[in-house]
Ligand binder design. Sequence first.
Ligand code: PMP
Length: 407
Amino acid sequence: TADVVPQAPEDPLFGLMAAYHRDSSNLKVDLGIGAYRDDQAKPWILPVIKKADERVRNDPNFNHEYLPIAGLSEYCLAAQRLVLGTESPAIKENRVCTFQTISGTGAVHLGALFLSKFHPNQSHTKVYVSNPTWVNHHQIFGNVGWPIAIYPYFSTESKGLDIDGFLGTLKTAPEGSIILLHACAHNPTGVDPTQEQWKQIAAVIIERRHFPFFDTAYQGFASGDLARDGWAIRYFVELGLELCIAQSFAKNFGLYGQRVGAFHFVSAPGAEATGTNRRIFSQLAILQRSEISNPPAYGARIANVVLNDPELFAQWEDDLRTMSGRISDMRKGLRKRLEARGTPGKWNHITDQIGMFSFTGLTEPQVQILREKWHIYMIKNGRISLAGLNSRNLDYVAEAFDDAIRE
Ligand code: PMP
């Protein structure tokens, strides 16, 4: 076997990280990272997570036993309420089937796998992802055999949403296609549809009987408001659509390496009477058992404490505002500096976009200059992580962008 295994290309993001770490310049800036950093460029443990962690550790009943196959049930219910809203008709009607997963990646995978077994008309169904999307979407769906198609998303002209291209492809895609949607803070562009545009998207999805699959990795982290960041999903559920949700708590709890996430299958109204939830649960249990047996416990226990304690929940909302507020300040700071320098181009998109990432419009040669001359690291496509900016490097980064663009 070993003789026939070909060399695979290095993961571009992890390769970038390695190059950054090898660079010995003290000017270096990491704009590639997919994790929040504070103004000192350090990882930030949310104060609320420190408290919840202590509570978990000091619980006299704490142990390292396995969780059930579907995960910690209290946590699963809290995760449902968070993403769908406490008043969700789907929760009240018992139409949501939830499994704790290995963060958002595991949730996307469990959903992709489940659909590969049970989505009807497999032979002529494709999964439509935005162009561009989180690169792992291609790999995860591809790995379980899904053919992938793309829908237009980012307009290189406006550096905003190409809504006409998006809707046009939704209209011409074969009926019953799976449509992968980023609930908020689209990765990598930072471009989200407005509520009006979400309504147009939903209308076409209903008309063409497509199947929406939401990926939500930034709820509360995007705008600092959990309900606002969950709006699109809740709207689709209110319309009575059947859908899937992959939920990650990596960014909004800062629990990256603990791998805390959930997969939700929301059935259409009327499903409860037929025992749909029970059937779906039974099949997901087989898939989960064969892949991971049961999910990791520690991070989910921490998240569970925050999600179920009103006082800690309120503190979490403060922490979310701290993170999203700093990111928003960095957006404003970068735009202001580029405009003050008269850097060629328009820079409104830096503050129009939302979340951790921004598609700057920088070209591959410009990205190269930034890396070689200025020790600033970012992905070739011009995506930057705003979390890599801070009050000490903003001036330097703006100067470097200006230089690379004028080169
Ligand atoms: N989906 C998207 C769009 C993401 O940006 C991320 C984080 N990079 C994830 C899912 C999942 O990440 P994780 O597995 O760490 O939760």
